[in-house]
Design a protein around this ligand. Sequence first.
Ligand SMILES: Cc1cc2nc3c(=O)[nH]c(=O)nc-3n(C[C@H](O)[C@H](O)[C@H](O)COP(=O)(O)OP(=O)(O)OC[C@H]3O[C@@H](n4cnc5c(N)ncnc54)[C@H](O)[C@@H]3O)c2cc1C
Length: 447
Amino acid sequence: MKSDNLEKHHLIIGAGPVGLAVAKSFKEARIPYHQVDADDDVGGNWYHGTYKSAHILSARKVMEYPDFKMPEDYPDFPSSGQMLAYYQSYASHFNLTESIQFNTKVIHVNPINEDLWEVTFANNTTRVYKGVIVCNGHHWSKNYPDYEGEFTGDSFHSKEYKSTDQLKDKRVLVIGAGNSAFDIASESARVSSKNFLSVRRGIWIFPKTFMGKPLASLQVPPIPDWLREGLIKIMLKLTIGSHKEYGLPKPESKVFDRHPTVNTETLMHVKHGRTIIKGAVKRFLGTQVEFEDGSIEDVDTIVYATGFKTDFPFLPKELCRVEKAHVKVYGFSMYDTYKGLYLVGWMQPRGGVGSLITPYANLLASFVKLQDKVNCPVGMILKERGEPLPTSHLFGGAQVIKWIEKTEKIMDKLEKEGLKLDSNLNGFTNKPLEYTSRPLQKEMQVY
Ligand SMILES: Cc1cc2nc3c(=O)[nH]c(=O)nc-3n(C[C@H](O)[C@H](O)[C@H](O)COP(=O)(O)OP(=O)(O)OC[C@H]3O[C@@H](n4cnc5c(N)ncnc54)[C@H](O)[C@@H]3O)c2cc1C
């Protein structure tokens, strides 16, 4: 096995929207890096993971990188094709593409002696890096529910949905109530012979626009959460009405406790009679599906719009501290017990990815430089000063940006606190770990 030593370089895994922003910040901060992607082009999910007809949910204003505006003629909600073109032009504008090694899949990342990181690639070569920035995305490890019985018709996950050809003239059942479920059910309503949508529990449904403006980019002055929740509920009452009107269960969670579904098109198809709302699936009976209310429907095709799991399949188990969909890291990316490893992009902020990852990637560059000056992990400094661990993958965009700006201003203070910790610790080194192979779930796909 050939092994290259790149002890001064960091490796950025992934060239999706997050990996690209990190690469740009590192380049500007003159932090030596390598970047790899398992795919053969930039853009991540927008290159390989969305269906042709997908449009963004948040608005262009919050989705774009603040330092690279989307073209003037882009609509408020660009299509997946426009998003891909935008990420490709970002990568070439900032000369990022030329340094990306494509078709290069990372299979193992291990902490080794001397605080270095050994990275193994799918072609069985290894390289040793000073640090690793993981930007592998959170929309690839498919989640499937378990049901009694066997379904003998056609079935696929929303990740494999590409066009209406897969649904045309079929009796389709879409399972799920998130954004992909509502998007695919809307498409199915137009082309299928019969369209069922199985909704297990109530979700908050938002319109894409309010008073003609994209909801995600509405400027709301800083107000307490209870007031924000109250105002949103009034707005939803006026625009959408009661869930009962559509045969949908009432949500039990607070408005911002779960990811809202941003789609009113499906509600219209319910009113047109083109989409029939069903409750939870009870069991499969060949090509029939029985629901919890005892009703049975003939179904040709099931679309599992049942979400994704957050995972880092190339990390040793000990470094995969994922709880539900959030990662137990300090400062949104770092462990307190390891230095040189940064897990970025698992968060799902309200708003869009570009407006957040740009300031965060700059902060990350500052953290990497800070790590050069102190011996203890930067995550440990944050822990010691009382930064909390996340309890959810959902965050308010404004809240995260405020934290980033505040933290960027106290880098000198963090350095002093780190040096103090160093003198108390009497030496710190990463504990080397072997990669312990974890059986991949059968449905898990690794890029
Ligand atoms: C239909 C749809 C609509 C969406 N709308 C919005 C929206 O409106 N606003 C919003 O903010 N987000 C939206 N999203 C989410 C969007 O996908 C993410 O915001 C964005 O793609 C996250 O970027 P990322 O770089 O973290 O991950 P990804 O885009 O998934 O990129 C990860 C990259 O890492 C690479 N990679 C993974 N594992 C490895 C490995 N082992 N070795 C090498 N390379 C690897 C992959 O090949 C990929 O290129 C939407 C998603 C979908 C499906």
